[in-house]
Each structure stands twice: as structure tokens, then as C-alpha cells.
Design a protein around this ligand. Structure first.
Ligand code: ADP
Length: 222
């Protein structure tokens, strides 16, 4: 209805009313995002993983495609560095997509125009390792562990420039650890950050393909 009012479908509105409605519209979007993040975190705790063999490269490509428009608008270059012939991983495809969307979303948010974001996929023995490197504002060393806590933000002030609720990385950590992988970050203030995670490779017989997830409840592995 706010959108209908804004585009004049419900009758003429004054400039002041339009400005007020824009504020309502923006705040509503912020709230919607917050609710969906909270639900996502809750769901990650409650639900099981739907595990199967997944090509990490496909998931990375999908996430990069989804970020193209935002990157262009922000004046950022997206890069991809993946080895061909990587083995599939044992994962929940949708959850893995969410991990990448969150990490790439943060890289877009915390990197000034002119910078770049690179997603890399590497072989790491029994695991595959994905890293998202940006040339953004960086994270002070003493904050690098706390950012994975729910609601923690380095600049949590009401005047902060960046949107978000501080839940993205908590969701990332929860999903990756539920897969039996690990997350981490290395960063230098003013230079940029690299967030990485590992996911176990799929091995034949390592999980049922169709009933996958039933016995793999989140939390049981922690
Ligand atoms: P949100 O992005 O919603 O604030 P996150 O849990 O995703 O929440 O991130 C927590 C905090 O970690 C951010 O508020 C920011 O201070 C810091 N952060 C995350 N990613 C980056 C990044 N790529 N570069 C710099 N700081 C980051």
C-alpha cells in the first residue's frame, strides 16, 4: 500500500507526504530484512540439512551472478578464481548459497567504489576451501572473532553508514559448522578482508542421496 500511495495510485499526495512515505518504505524494508535474518538464524538451529553432492563452482557462479547488478552499481569488480575439475562437496545447496550470498553481500557493503571482490575455490585435502576477498575497509584484529557473534557490528551506532542487523556472519558460521566445516577471517584495516570456509568433499557412500538430511540435524555435530 505504501508503494501504491507513492506512485499516486491511491490519489494525489503532497511532497511532504511523499517524503514521509519514503521513510516508512525504507524502515519497513529494514524491518523485513531483520525479521528474515532472525528467522534464518532460528531455522538454521532447528532444521536439518538436505545433504547431497554439490558442485561448489555452480553455487559460486550463481552467487556471483546474483551480485552482478549490485557490484556494477557500487563500482566494484567481481572476480572468480576456481580450479577446473574440483570434486563435489557434501552439502545443502540452498544453505551453501546463503553462505556465499552473505559473504559476497558483506564484501559489496564494506568495499568503497573502485575496489574488487574475488571468490576463490581451492582443494584442501578432505575439504574444499572457498574464500571471498575484498579490498574494503578491513577489520581490526581484536574484533575479528567477535564479528561472528549474533548482532555484533563494529560500528553499531545509529549513524552507521551500512545497513544490516549483525546476523549475517552468525548465520554463515552456523551453516558452515553444521556441515562439519570451519570459518575464518584474515584482514587488515584499510586494505581489505578475506573470509574463508571449508566444506567436506563428497565421497561415494558418505551420505544417502535421497533421504539426506534426515539424520543430520543441525547442532548434533557441535
Ligand atoms: P551486518 O553485515 O548485517 O552488520 P554481519 O554479521 O554480516 O552483519 O557482519 C558483522 C560485522 O562484521 C559488520 O557489521 C562489519 O562491522 C563486519 N564485517 C563483516 N564483513 C566485513 C567485510 N567484508 N569488511 C569489513 N567489515 C566486515
Amino acid at each position: 500500500y505504501v508503494e501504491l500511495m507513492l506512485d499516486g495510485s491511491l490519489g494525489e499526495i503532497t511532497t511532504r507526504q511523499r517524503e514521509a512515505l519514503r521513510v516508512v518504505f525504507n524502515k519497513t524494508q529494514t524491518l523485513t530484512r531483520l525479521v528474515s535474518d532472525v528467522i534464518s538464524l532460528q531455522k538454521a538451529e532447528m532444521t536439518s540439512l538436505d545433504l547431497g553432492p554439490v558442485s561448489l563452482i555452480d553455487v559460486v557462479d550463481l552467487a556471483l551472478r546474483g551480485a552482478e547488478v549490485a557490484a556494477r552499481e557500487a563500482g566494484l569488480t567481481l572476480r572468480r578464481d576456481v580450479l577446473p575439475d574440483l570434486a563435489p562437496v557434501l552439502a545443502d545447496r540452498a544453505r551453501l548459497g546463503q553462505v556465499l550470498d552473505n559473504l559476497i553481500g558483506n564484501a559489496l557493503k564494506f568495499t568503497p567504489a573502485g575496489g574488487s571482490i574475488e571468490v576463490r575455490v581451492e582443494d584442501a585435502g578432505e575439504f574444499e576451501r572457498v574464500s571471498v576477498t575484498d579490498t574494503g575497509i578491513g577489520i581490526p584484529f581484536d574484533k575479528q572473532q567477535r564479528i561472528f557473534e549474533p548482532f555484533y557490528q563494529i560500528d553499531g551506532s545509529s549513524t552507521r553508514r551500512f545497513g544490516g542487523a549483525g546476523l549475517g556472519l552468525a548465520i554463515v558460521k552456523q551453516i558452515v559448522e553444521a556441515h562439519g566445516g570451519q570459518v575464518g577471517v584474515s584482514s587488515e584495516v584499510g586494505k581489505g578482508s578475506t573470509f574463508f570456509f571449508t566444506i567436506p568433499k563428497y565421497q561415494l557412500g558418505s551420505a544417502p542421496l535421497h533421504t539426506a538430511g534426515q539424520q543430520d540435524r543441525f547442532g548434533d555435530r557441535r
